[in-house]
Design a protein around this ligand. Structure first.
Ligand SMILES: Cc1cc2nc3c(=O)[nH]c(=O)nc-3n(C[C@H](O)[C@H](O)[C@H](O)COP(=O)(O)OP(=O)(O)OC[C@H]3O[C@@H](n4cnc5c(N)ncnc54)[C@H](O)[C@@H]3O)c2cc1C
Length: 310
């Protein structure tokens, strides 16, 4: 069986950027880009309409178009890209062994770029208003004209929810933070900042019952869990800040993960296993942006190249 120089798992911004760099370095990388596991081929940006903050696109670019461009850029330099899920990974010793439904691949170096999945509510209302007022990323979507000077709601109780709430005060007329418990997981300092902000109101213990609107989101129906009372609130935006799951279960017990399941690296894309590198949202729970994922993909490919040279 052929032993590949570099095998990249995942085809989001991190995976494709790693593929561009590895391919241009002559490593002939193979990308197993995913099919159903951990999202879809092309990654998270396939689910969004407009990306306005990826450098080089002054007018913005639809998420699927950006991913198609990245894919074609990698293919242009002879990266081989297969839309297959890796169902088993043996990273115990080189050559590393990756298994899909119908084949097995050996590789001298592996780049993990399996991303993360933003937790969703999986309700009919969420599907109806996804990209039409409901979003899972304030940094990505908060500045859209849709939300300017309009009431916005945030769902969640951790530090991410606090960060998103504070960020959204820059755009919305007011921000309502809804949390299903009276206690917050967020750090006290973040919670205090939110509590002090004149544009923020906090409602606990509340859950979302429904989302309403003609075409775009206009209102949310929420329920007070303490009293059972249901009320409607004007909200043109609803941001879900209910956590992310890194797509790393395949690697559990094989490489070092942090307590939340993110791959631990040395800050230079190297994991604790020589020859295995990691990039993007499967590593990063701080920035979670396409450009940072792409940057890490570049780092991982350069590290793989240096490792192979050594
Ligand atoms: C709705 C939405 C809107 C967003 N908007 C923006 C924005 O405007 N700007 C911005 O910068 N960021 C935005 N983001 C965040 C951005 O999408 C992520 O930061 C970025 O996609 C992370 O890239 P990644 O390559 O690390 O992972 P992902 O994009 O998550 O890609 C992971 C890849 O790994 C694959 N995979 C997972 N498991 C396996 C497996 N077992 N085998 C094979 N493949 C596997 C998946 O199929 C996928 O291809 C948005 C996110 C969401 C959800």
């Amino acid at each position: 069986m052929d032993i590949r120089n570099t095998l990249i798992i995942g085809s989001g911004p991190a995976g494709y950027t790693a593929a561009v760099y590895a391919a241009r370095a002559g490593l002939k990388p193979l990308v197993l880009g995913g099919f159903l596991m951990g999202g879809q081929s092309g990654g998270q940006l396939m689910t969004t309409t407009e990306v306005e903050n990826f450098p080089g696109f002054p007018e913005g670019v639809p998420g699927p178009e950006l991913m198609d461009r990245l894919r074609r850029q990698a293919a242009r330099f002879d990266a081989e890209i297969l839309d297959k899920d890796v169902v088993k990974a043996d990273l115990s010793r080189p050559p590393f062994r990756l298994t899909t439904d119908d084949a097995e691949y050996l590789a001298k170096t592996v780049i993990l770029a399996t991303g993360a999945t933003a937790r969703r509510l999986n309700t009919e209302a969420e599907t109806r208003f996804w990209n039409k007022g409901i979003s899972a990323c304030a940094t990505c979507d908060g500045a859209l004209p849709l939300f300017r000077n309009k009431p916005i709601a945030v769902l969640g109780g951790g530090d991410s929810a606090m960060e998103e709430t504070l960020f959204l005060t820059r755009f919305g007329s007011q921000v309502i933070l809804l949390h299903r418990r009276n206690e917050f997981r967020a750090s006290q300092i973040m919670l205090d900042r939110v509590r002090r902000h004149p544009k923020v109101s906090i409602k606990t213990p509340y859950v979302l019952e429904d989302a309403l609107g003609e075409n775009l989101l206009e209102k949310i129906r929420v329920k007070n869990l303490a009293t059972g009372a249901v009320e409607e609130l004007a909200a043109n935006g609803l941001f879900l800040a209910i956590g992310h799951e890194p797509n790393t279960s395949l690697f559990k017990g094989q490489i070092e993960l942090d307590e939340a399941g993110y791959v631990k690296t040395d800050g230079h894309a190297r994991t604790n296993i020589p020859g295995v590198f990691a990039a993007g949202d499967c590593v990063d729970h701080t920035y979670r942006q396409a450009v940072t994922a792409a940057g890490m993909g570049c780092m991982a490919a350069i590290q793989a190249e240096r490792y192979l040279e050594a």
